[in-house]
Design a protein around this ligand. Structure first.
Ligand code: GLY
Ligand code: MN
Ligand code: MN
Length: 426
C-alpha cells in the first residue's frame, strides 16, 4: 500500500517542475461504455492515480502555482444516495478532505467554475495532451489568457521511471501471484484441450489471490499461434506436440507484472523445439546478466539482436555472415520486437528513454524493465527447414535495477528445460 504522504511528496516534486504563474490539471479516466448501460470495469488513469491514489471517476486534480508556492485542489464526485444504490459508495467531499493532503477539496460539479476562477490571469497550462476532445474543449474555453500549453503527462511519466520502495513491493506482489499462475499452467498444460482452459487456470490464480485484473489480456498461444505477437483469441485446440507460449501477468493494486513462459503441451519438448528454446533462454539469461546502472538499454537491444542472429545462423535458419545479416536486419524477420520495456503502473510504462537533450537515459537504480527475447518461425515460412516451422518461443522476465546490478523479480518462475518439463508430471 502506498501512503498518502508518498502521494503528497510526488505532488510536491511535480509542483517544483512547474513554471510560476501556471496551472496544471489532471483528470480521472472516463468510464468506458460496453453497450447500452453496461460498462467495462473502471480503471483509473495511471498518471492521475500516480499523483493522487484516488480510484474514483469524475475527479480532477489542480496545481495552482503563483511565484514559488503551489496550492493543490482535488475535485471529487458528490455523494448521492440514489446513484450510490446502483454504483457503489463515493468518498465525497468531506471524507476526501480528511484523506488527501491537499489544500482543499470541491465537488466535481464545480469544475467549470473552478477552471474559470483558477485559470484567470495565468499564462501557462499543463494538461495531458492525450485528454479526450470534450475535456480539451472545456479547458480551452477557460484558457483564453493562457499563452503556453504544456503536456503534463510527459513530466509525470518521467517521475514514474524510478520506482519507490512501496511501488517495488507492489510489483513484487504482482510477480509473486503471476509466478503461482505460471506454475499452475505448467502443471495443467497436458490436461487442457483448448487454449482458453489454460487461460482460465492462470486467471483463476490471479483473482483467487486478490489481483482483480490482468495487467493486459493474457496470451495463450499454442503451436503456430505463438507467431502472432499479440494473439489474444485463445480459442484454438492444443495439440500434443505443440509448444504453448503463455504471456500473462496480473495487476496487483494497480501495479503490473509481465511474464512469458513457453511450455510443452505434452510435458516434453522435441529436439527441434529444444534447439530454439535453448537459444532464446541463453539470450534471456545473458542479457539479464549485463543489466546494471549505467548500461544503455539500446546496447541491450543490440546485444540481443547479435546473439539471436548468431544463434539463428548456427541453426541454419539464417545463412550468411552475422555482421552482414545484422546490417541488413535479416534477423528482424524472426525477432521483430524490442528486448523489453519499462513496467510499473502500466504494463508498458510510457516513460521516456531519452532526456531533454535527446540523449538516451542510462539504466538507474529503481527502474523496472522487462527482458523478453523471442524467436518466431511461421509455419508457412518456406525459407526455413521444415523441422523448425511453426515454432514461436519467448521468455520474458521482470527486472529491477539495484544499486550495483539488478534483481530478477521473476527468477522464481521456472524456465530451465528440465524444470518446465518436470512440472508437467507433478
Ligand atoms: N505482454 C506484452 C509484452 O510482453 O510486452
Ligand atoms: Mn509480455
Ligand atoms: Mn513485455
Amino acid at each position: 500500500m502506498i501512503q498518502e504522504s508518498e502521494y503528497k511528496k510526488r505532488r510536491e516534486r511535480f509542483a517544483k517542475k512547474l513554471k510560476s504563474n501556471s496551472v496544471a490539471i489532471l483528470f480521472s479516466a472516463e468510464p468506458k461504455s460496453r453497450s447500452n448501460d453496461t460498462e467495462y470495469p473502471y480503471r483509473q488513469d495511471s498518471n492521475f492515480y500516480y499523483m493522487s491514489g484516488f480510484k474514483e471517476d469524475k475527479a480532477a486534480l489542480f496545481f495552482v502555482k503563483e511565484k514559488k508556492k503551489t496550492k493543490t485542489y482535488l475535485l471529487v464526485h458528490k455523494k448521492d444516495a440514489n446513484e450510490e444504490l446502483w454504483n457503489g459508495k463515493r468518498l465525497g467531499v468531506s471524507a476526501a478532505k480528511e484523506r488527501f493532503y491537499v489544500d482543499d477539496v470541491f465537488e466535481y460539479t464545480q469544475l467549470s467554475q473552478k477552471l474559470k476562477e483558477l485559470l484567470a490571469g495565468k499564462s501557462r497550462l499543463y494538461y495531458d495532451f492525450a485528454l479526450n476532445y470534450s475535456k480539451v474543449k472545456l479547458l480551452k474555453r477557460y484558457a483564453k489568457e493562457i499563452e503556453t500549453f504544456k503536456n503534463a503527462a510527459t513530466k509525470i511519466q518521467k517521475m514514474r521511471l524510478i520506482k519507490s520502495d512501496a511501488e517495488i513491493a507492489l510489483i513484487k506482489k504482482a510477480v509473486g501471484i503471476t509466478q503461482v499462475a505460471h506454475h499452475r499452467a505448467m502443471k495443467k498444460a497436458s490436461l487442457c484441450k483448448y487454449e482458453y482452459e489454460l487461460q482460465a487456470e492462470i486467471e483463476y490464480i490471479f483473482k483467487k489471490n486478490g489481483a482483480y485484473s490482468d495487467a493486459y489480456t493474457s496470451i495463450v498461444a499454442a503451436g503456430n499461434n505463438a507467431n502472432t505477437l499479440h494473439y489474444i483469441t485463445n480459442s484454438a485446440k492444443i495439440h500434443n506436440d505443440d509448444l504453448i507460449l503463455i504471456d500473462a501477468g496480473c495487476e496487483y493494486d494497480y501495479y503490473a507484472s509481465d511474464i512469458t513462459r513457453t511450455i510443452p503441451a505434452s510435458g516434453k519438448l522435441t529436439q527441434r523445439q529444444k534447439e530454439i528454446y535453448n537459444l532464446v533462454l541463453r539470450v534471456n539469461k545473458e542479457i539479464i546478466s549485463l543489466i546494471r546502472p549505467g548500461v544503455l538499454r539500446s546496447d541491450l537491444q543490440k546485444k540481443s539482436e547479435k546473439l539471436l542472429c548468431k544463434g539463428l545462423v548456427q541453426l541454419g535458419i539464417l545463412k550468411g555472415r552475422v555482421k552482414k545479416l545484422l546490417k541488413n536486419k535479416a534477423h528482424k524477420k524472426y525477432y521483430p520486437h524490442g528486448i523489453g520495456h519499462w513496467m510499473g503502473l502500466d504494463v508498458h510504462d510510457s516513460c521516456p528513454y531519452k532526456d531533454k537533450k535527446e540523449n538516451e537515459i542510462p539504466l538507474q537504480k529503481g527502474m523496472v524493465l522487462t527482458i523478453e527475447p523471442g524467436i518466431y518461425i511461421d509455419r508457412d515460412d518456406k525459407s526455413v527447414a521444415k523441422k523448425y516451422r511453426g515454432i514461436g518461443i519467448r521468455i520474458e522476465d521482470d527486472i529491477l535495477l539495484t544499486k550495483k546490478g539488478c534483481e530478477n523479480l521473476s527468477a522464481g518462475i521456472k524456465k530451465e528445460l528440465k524444470d518446465i518439463e518436470s512440472f508437467a508430471h507433478r
